[in-house]
Design a protein around this ligand. Structure first.
Ligand code: FES
Ligand code: FE
Length: 431
């Protein structure tokens, strides 16, 4: 793909985010979405310094379970140690001469044997064997040749994060206000949630930040997803309440859009799509939630949606199903997206089925939403290449108390982005 004709950004001191509250102006320079220099600096300053979501503890439920993941464009793998039961996240590179040690996407193993010269590491990362050990004599420090853990690994309510920066703040502080929203999801399932096996993986020819924006963009819902809303109405869903709601800046670049659910929610909100037979079942679920959490919190759990972005690249959308989604840039105009479905562990099969149907109907790669969103994002990226316009406008709602279809949540993201990137600074050449 050709890059836009704009002058590329250079590492100096230029703010790509231009904010003037008095003038209700908030603009983001399109170089932020197209420049290779920005992309390289983002990997270093954001993806290598922020806490990044690796996976969910339920994916490595048993000792020896592992999953291979890209983390900030680096191969890592998460494994539950057989001896300690602890969840490790290791750099996926052999300490001998570099080969990737964990080559399967997921599985269960007591040991990981490098295929190149067959050095073997146990599930706690310790070097446990090699062919022809006597050739090394007795001076080599075998203890120091274990797999290297990513600098910081921590978990919150089952969500495992890692960070390459040893000096990063503790995860609980980093998550800031986002914790309350993760709590709400996990508490609604009595604390036991699991990733449903199987993932959605797809690429989008657009800058990764466009998907962060899109994930909690209430403004686009009605025009972009018109077909889905018509489909719901045809099924008898009442959409007269719209999708209006509120947005909250959760600190550290995280933000959430919360709004009344116009559709059903498998946790306990019935809709025609679920079928008449499910009405009683859903009513029972709802009554149990009210009993456990009180009417107000139970109503929030059942009747409202939340679209949340945890900076920089974790989306947890608690809507007609709970989707966990990450996206990694592979180029300024390309990203790899992975999405999982999170559900209460031990859920009844018919409820699980309903949840999966809801998930795929709207959020699946061939659902009502995702292809529309992908098209919109790729269209924006193509539009950037047209040149002539240098700034994106993200000021909606600055002139009023921001509502659910405003852009305050994106402004929270971009301020943090600028802060991270601006630590060393940027300047557009020749300005
Ligand atoms: Fe792994 Fe040689 S590179 S054993
Ligand atoms: Fe959308």
């Amino acid at each position: 793909m050709t890059m836009l004709q704009n002058t590329p950004a250079q590492l100096t001191g230029f703010p790509m985010v231009d904010e003037d509250p008095e003038q209700h102006r908030f603009r983001v320079h399109r170089d932020a979405m197209t420049s290779p220099e920005v992309f390289r600096a983002e990997i270093e300053r954001i993806f290598h310094r922020c806490w990044l979501y690796v996976g969910h503890e339920s994916e490595v439920a048993k000792p020896g379970d592992y999953v291979r993941r890209p983390l900030g464009n680096r191969p890592v793998f998460m494994v539950r140690g057989v001896k300690t039961g602890q969840v490790h996240v290791f750099h996926n590179t052999c300490t001998h001469r570099g080969a990737v040690v964990c080559r399967q996407k997921s599985g269960n193993a007591k040991v990981f044997q490098c295929f190149y010269h067959a050095w073997t590491f146990d599930s706690e990362g310790k070097l446990s064997g090699m062919p022809g050990r006597e050739a090394y004599g007795d001076k080599l420090d075998f203890g120091a040749l274990g797999l290297k853990s990513v600098a910081r690994v921590a978990s919150y309510r089952g969500f495992v994060f890692a960070c390459f920066d040893p000096d990063v703040e503790p995860l609980v502080d980093y998550l800031a206000g986002a914790r309350e929203y993760l709590d709400l999801i996990v508490d609604s399932a009595d604390g036991e949630m699991e990733i449903v096996s199987g993932t959605n993986e797809y690429c989008i020819d657009a800058n990764w930040k466009l998907l962060a924006e899109n994930s909690y963009d209430g403004y686009h819902a009605l025009p972009t997803h018109d077909t889905y809303f018509k489909y719901l109405v045809a099924l008898g869903t009442d959409l007269s309440g719209g999708v209006a709601g509120t947005v909250r800046d959760l600190g550290n670049g995280h933000a959430v859009l919360e709004y009344a659910a116009p559709w059903g929610r498998p946790i306990a909100k019935w809709e025609p799509l679920f079928g008449e037979g499910a009405r009683d079942e859903i009513a029972t679920l709802r009554a149990a939630l009210v009993q456990r959490h009180g009417e107000a919190r139970a109503s929030r759990m059942t009747d409202t949606n939340r679209n949340m972005v945890i900076f920089p690249n974790l989306v947890v959308n608690d809507i007609m199903a709970v989707t966990v989604r990450t996206f990694m840039p592979s180029a300024p105009d390309k990203m790899d997206v992975t999405a999982w479905q999170l559900a209460p562990a031990g859920e009844l099969p018919q409820l699980r089925q309903r949840r999966l149907d809801s998930f795929l109907t709207f959020l699946g790669p061939a659902g009502f939403a995702t292809p529309d969103d992908v098209e919109a994002l790729e269209s924006c990226q193509q539009g950037f290449n047209s040149g002539g316009v240098q700034w994106n406008d993200i000021s909606r709602g600055m002139a009023r108390e921001p509502q659910g279809d405003d852009e305050a949540q994106m402004r929270a993201f971009w301020r943090r982005w600028q802060q991270r990137m601006g630590e060393a600074g940027y300047q557009e050449a020749g300005r």
